[in-house]
Design a protein. Structure first.
Length: 79
């Protein structure tokens, strides 16, 4: 299983802070983005930061492993 976390406005749009996605061999980050983006298109319009296992990533072709944790976040603003 892949643990997917949502933070801030992304969690508000998805209406969940965490979901699980079944892992399959050869799975890449882009596969998760495509799958969840179809389900939550508004959330994926505001995502600006993605982390896998608490490390920020930019490469959407990065291979995933079973039990990975992916976090999706929007830019935070404040003072």
């Amino acid at each position: 299983m892949i643990r997917v976390l949502f933070f801030g406005p992304v969690a508000d749009v998805v209406q969940a802070r965490e979901i699980s996605v079944a892992f399959s061999d050869g799975m890449k980050l882009q596969d998760i983005i495509t799958q969840l983006g179809a389900r939550y298109p508004r959330a994926f319009e505001i995502i600006s930061l993605i982390a896998i296992n608490q490390t920020q990533v930019n490469d959407r072709q990065i291979a995933l492993s079973d039990n990975d944790e992916i976090a999706f976040m929007a830019k935070f603003s404040g003072g």
